[in-house]
Write a protein that binds this ligand. Structure first.
Ligand code: PRP
Ligand code: URA
Length: 209
């Protein structure tokens, strides 16, 4: 069964508070999401495998560590997931970036896929799928389906705010996928919004309504 990790680092929690605040404007919201994505990338890469190599320091040869293992792929779920990409790439600049375009039908809340483009060596990469919100879980489950259908073998899902319904949906559909979140909120409301959440992530990032 997939595991759920809550990143309770004080900087992440502090910044998330201002992301939630409805008085936070678009510019600051975008900057904060970018910063939290960087901090979450730092946490999620904690278990990356290392290998020893030899380097020559100005003083002597040294055995030193370097990243080993599979290359990484970052996949934002469009459009709100885009707001997290640059923040992650600051720490993992060599990662390739795929895209999955999905939106929730406002009536049925079911995800509608409109775009998919992944790195060609999809089977060789460890993927981090990113989206600020995990609500019903429909979008994340569909995006994971999409990645797996194209050959992805290793996927982790990272988001800012989740609710129990979304977490359960991923666990049930994709028990091999671990979930990394900054906060687990109380519930979904009747319109499919996370309570207390942060509102519509895409609209707040891009100033649309
Ligand atoms: C939001 C959010 C997730 C999805 C979560 O996207 O960014 O992708 O809703 O909801 P779910 O878990 O119930 O599927 P939205 O559909 O509003 O599209 P947008 O990013 O283009 O604004
Ligand atoms: N999508 C959002 O952007 N916010 C929510 O609360 C739920 C889905």
């Amino acid at each position: 069964m997939g595991k759920v990790y809550v990143f309770d680092h004080p900087l992440i929690q502090h910044k998330l508070t201002f992301i939630r605040d409805k008085e936070t404007g678009t510019k600051e919201f975008r900057e904060l999401v970018d910063e939290v994505a960087t901090l979450m990338a730092f946490e999620i890469t904690r278990d990356l495998p290392l290998e020893d190599i030899e380097v020559q320091t100005p003083v002597s040869p040294a055995q030193a560590k370097t990243l080993a293992g599979k290359k990484l792929g970052i996949v934002p779920i469009l459009r709100a997931g885009l707001g997290m990409v640059d923040g992650i790439l600051k720490l993992i600049p060599a990662a390739k970036v795929g895209h999955v375009g999905l939106y929730r039908d406002p009536e049925t809340l079911k995800p509608i896929e409109y775009y998919v483009k992944l790195p060609s060596d999809v089977e060789e990469r460890d993927f981090i799928l990113v989206d600020p919100m995990l609500a019903t879980g429909g979008s994340a489950v569909e995006a994971i389906n999409s990645l797996k259908k194209r050959g992805a073998q290793s996927i982790r899902f990272m988001c800012l705010v989740a609710c129990p319904e979304g977490v359960e949906a991923i666990k049930e559909a994709h028990p091999d996928v671990d979930i990394y979140i900054a906060a687990l909120d109380e519930k979904l409301n009747e319109k499919g919004y996370i309570v207390p959440g942060l509102g519509d992530a895409g609209d707040r990032l891009y100033g649309t309504k």
